[in-house]
Design a binder for this molecule. Structure first.
Ligand SMILES: [Zn+2]
Length: 244
């Protein structure tokens, strides 16, 4: 082997090593929008685990506000009464896949907001498929959308989830800051949503002030004449290869 060839092989090996280290380090938080026009805003609510915020669920039913609810296998197991209410209003609620065990869909080992990632491609696949299986055994239609815990992904996990047949639900308005914001700020953020926005908030934290803000914000949006829709009611456009 010539010296020159050896050097170029070393350079190639180094650049491959750097590229894979770069991939391991880079997570994406994809955005999602509706194709614009008509003052439509999509409401998505995560049910990660824990209980049901009945302030939000009742307000949605009473005011006929449609929503896409991302549920985990854990949440489904412990919230049968809420699931029954959602199933009784198929015109309002679309239930989608938030994973079997609320484990971030990241295929390398790391922590995201203190939660351990799935850590391998097999574990990401298990999280996605167990979430879909839990929804199927709860008797509903098969989910078409997936949103991973923490809504952050490795690009290779996104590609895999797409191959499993799911679109990935990003968002464009962080309504409740992981359910940790106060009622006033949550209401302000949600009420400020514009044509084509996709809001994310939580429906599993009944003791948090944010839930009250979710209700106020949604009522304000309606008052402004915006039309709330589900992800399935519109054409959705995500980045990072999440919907195309
Ligand atoms: Zn979650």
């Amino acid at each position: 082997m010539t010296d020159l060839l050896w050097k170029s092989l070393c350079a190639l090996a180094l650049s491959v090593a750097l590229a894979s280290a770069g991939n391991a380090a880079t997570l994406v938080e994809p955005t999602l929008h509706l194709r614009g026009g008509g003052g439509r805003v999509a409401l998505t609510l995560d049910a990660c685990g824990g209980k049901t915020d009945t302030r939000i669920l009742s307000a949605l039913v009473e005011n006929r506000i449609p929503a896409t609810i991302f549920v985990t296998g854990i949440w489904l197991k412990h919230n049968a009464a809420a699931v029954e209410i959602m199933r009784a209003h198929p015109d309002l609620f679309e239930l989608e896949n938030h994973g079997g065990r609320h484990i971030p869909a990241v295929d390398t080992p790391r922590k995201i907001y203190g939660i351990s990632s799935a850590g391998s491609p097999d574990a990401v696949q298990a999280e996605v498929e167990s979430g879909a299986a839990a929804l199927a055994s709860a008797g509903g239609p098969a989910p078409k959308w997936f949103r991973g815990a923490t809504a952050e992904y490795s690009p290779s996990a996104i590609a895999m989830i797409r191959k499993l047949g799911f679109k990935i639900a990003g968002f464009s308005v962080n309504g409740d800051g992981g359910s940790l914001l106060g009622a006033k700020e949550t209401a302000r953020r949600i009420a400020a949503a514009r044509d084509g926005d996709v809001i994310i908030a939580h429906i599993n934290q009944p003791t948090h002030a944010a839930g009250e803000g979710v209700v106020q914000g949604l009522l304000a949006l309606k008052q402004k004449g915006m039309t709330l829709v589900r992800l399935d009611d519109a054409e959705d456009v995500g980045n990072d290869g999440t919907t195309d």
